[in-house]
Structure formats: structure tokens, C-alpha cells
Design a protein around this ligand. Sequence first.
Ligand code: KG4
Ligand code: ZN
Length: 332
Amino acid sequence: MRILAIESTCDETSIALLSGRKLKKNLIYSQVNIHRKYKGVVPEAASRAHSDKIALLLSRSGFLKEEISAVSFSRGPGLNGSLIVSFMASSTVSEFLKVPLIGVNHLEGHLLSCEIRNRCIEDIFKFPIIALIVSGGHSELWLVKGYGKYSLLGATRDDAVGEAFDKTARLLGFQYPGGPLIEKAAAKVKDAGFSFPVPIVPKGFEFSFSGLKTAVSYKLAGEKIISADKYKIAAAFQKSAVEALLVKTLAAVSKYPVRQIAVGGGVSANGYLRKVFTEKMREKNVEVLFPEKKYCGDNAAMVAACAFRRLKAGKFRNCTKPEADLKIEDWN
Ligand code: KG4
Ligand code: ZN
């Protein structure tokens, strides 16, 4: 089984080639330098940059030398214009090669990236598990009963946690994307000496992060800020954001007895989050799985991992269009 996978939901163009369970290629072109000067992703610039790079990456992947069994792409959620680029490319290749076109959910990709170890797809999950997806556009908790068996427990009511990291970073004058810079700044501080309220939605499994970002802006208002203050604010923000994620994940673990939780998406690269989750979940006898750092951000290897599970289960239809607000749903 050989899968060609394409990812272009936001600001990374990526092509992967999977042979059996072995990842042969995972090429990523990041547009960060293009968007940095605008302090965020500009959708029009993103789709243009995907169009510029996708053919080059495809040819570099060497897929024409392989016998491809299926082409897959992230069907959504994502930016409309960006999604069209990978849909066009993947549907053209699949038509040309006369192989199925498998559209997968980008967020499912973030979950399944936890099973890519040493460039190989492994069977690591012991279902049922809880999944926490934390990216620039989404913060979601799922109950996962198997591959393709997903129930959404809760999502964010407003900002995603990655978005809150990026907006807070912007308030502090850091560059885009701010998440990694907040982590770096926070690491310089042992104790911030103050705390922001932990944003908890009463009952259920929903999140809310816009109030935390506002609390940071109030803290900054009218004050003369020096670097040391920025480090403290970054540390206090990060602590509060991670605590909010932890509280709801612990609630999910109490309600649904599981042995594992999997955390995926860009924010899962955060070392502080990894430490806190691992320690707290150990007390509950729950193992926490994270992707290898290089698979936390957007990449096509995770898209290939989704298509691999579908091909293995024989559960796929030819995809006919991308979907910008695609929701997670059962396919198995
Ligand atoms: O999953 P991802 O690469 O793209 C989306 O699907 O959105 O997530 C990007 C998000 C950005 O908000 C970025 O700031 C955040 O992940 N991020 C981090 C870290 N690395 C990336 N947030 C906190 N700490 C990090 N180390
Ligand atoms: Zn993503």
C-alpha cells in the first residue's frame, strides 16, 4: 500500500509518501516568513504561496517513481483558498493515476500524528482514549472508541488556545507565530508572582480563551513594560491556559474511564503543557501520548496516517470537494 498525501489547510504546504507503514517522505514548506510581517496568516497570500510551491514539492517527493495505491488530502477544516490548492493537486493526480482520492479530517490527522514513531506508523492507541486537539484554529476534546469512531465532547466557544497564545504574544510585542515565543519567555521565570484567572466554562467540556487574552491586555494597559515583566506575563498566561485545558481533560478522564489520552496539534509542542499533563495524568494512571515534535505542526505525514487507517479498514469514498468547516465525525 503506497499513499501520496497532501496538506495545505493553513500556512504549511506539505507532501508525504507512505509505503506500507513506513514514511518515505514528509516535505514541508512553511509560509511563516510570508505571514510574519502581517503578524498573522493572510488567507490570500497563503493560497498563492501554496499554489507556488505545491508542484515543486510534488515533483521532489518522487511519487511518480512509486506505484501509488491512493491519494489523500486534508479536506478540512481550513482556509477556503488554501484547501482548494491541495484539492486541485490531489484530484488531478488521483484522476491521472486512476486511484482513489481520500479526503481526511485535518484534526484527525493531528490525533493520528501521535502514532508516528521513527518514521513509522505504529498501533499505539489502546481504545477507548480521550483526545485533546490544540491548534491555532481549534481546541477540542473527543472520546475516541477506535479509528474513525469519534464523539466530540466539547470545543472552544471563542478563541482556540493556539490563537490565544498568538494574540497574547502580539500584545507582548513578540513575532508571529507567538506560541513558541511565549513558551521561551515563560521558561525564563520561576514564579511570576501573580496569576491570571483560569478560564473555565461551568459544566461540560467546552473551553473559552478570549477572556484570558483580555485579562492580559488589561494587565498591560497603561503600564510601562520591561522585558522581565513580559516574561512574567508570558509565564502566568501559559500557566492559566494549560490549567484550563487540564481541568476539562481531567473531567473527561473522570467521566470516561480510559488508559490513555492523546494530545495533538501545534500547541502540543509546548514543553510546559507536556510536563504538567504527564505529571497530573500519572496520578490518575493515565498515559499521555504526544506526537514527536516534528509532527506537532501541520504536515502531510499525519494525513497519510489517516488515509492508511481508512484503506486498511476499506472505508473510504472518492472525495469530491474540500470543506472549510469540516467537523469530526465517524467514518468507521
Ligand atoms: O496545528 P497548527 O500547526 O496549525 C493549525 O492547525 O492551526 O497549530 C499552530 C498553533 C499556533 O497558534 C502556534 O502558536 C501554536 O500552534 N504553537 C504553540 C507552540 N508551537 C506552536 N503554542 C504554544 N507553545 C508552543 N511551543
Ligand atoms: Zn493543524
